[in-house]
Unconditional design. Structure first.
Length: 165
């Protein structure tokens, strides 16, 4: 009989803890999934919300676009380390805002992949200029933070747009 009472007590204890967790009334909250973090980061990147981006970067974060390495006529090499260097690099573009037009997004092993076009609006002395680039963005998420933002931008396929979408 003791065994039965013990197993019943365990059952109710486990059930009660599960109900508390599902009710949201517990003190601990569920961690955000890598996709949730990646989507929050992309929204901040599109809006050029540097405060939110900084909060989402790990101290050892890296931002890299290997396709930029031979595009000196368009951009210096994009391979920045740490939040300060990353944000300074992004700020140097004069980007006002961007918009990912996502065709496909998926996550595996803490890497969130965006297959998209990105429309970007740059501030220039002549006014805003808008371009569309095909892009693959891979965000590596560890412990709830972005440790790497890796782009493969189709610089050769960029299109000038007359109006922002």
């Amino acid at each position: 009989m003791g065994k039965r009472i013990g197993s019943s007590l365990s059952h109710y204890l486990v059930g009660g803890l599960a109900a508390l967790a599902m009710s949201g009334s517990g003190q601990a909250s569920d961690p955000m999934s890598p996709i949730d973090i990646a989507q929050r980061y992309i929204a901040a990147y599109e809006a050029q919300d540097f405060d939110t981006m900084r909060a989402l970067y790990a101290s050892e974060a890296r931002f890299i676009d290997p396709n930029s390495f031979e595009m000196d006529h368009l951009t210096p090499d994009i391979d920045w380390h740490g939040p300060d260097e990353i944000l300074a690099g992004i700020a140097s573009w004069g980007l006002v805002r961007g918009h990912y037009r996502i065709d496909r997004m998926y996550e595996a092993s803490g890497r969130v992949v965006f297959d998209a076009d990105i429309d970007v609006v740059y501030a220039t002395p002549e006014g805003e200029q808008i371009y569309r680039f095909p892009i693959i963005t891979i965000l590596t998420i560890e412990n709830g933070l972005v440790v790497e933002h890796r782009d493969y931008t189709g610089f050769n396929e960029m299109q000038r747009l007359e109006t922002a979408p």
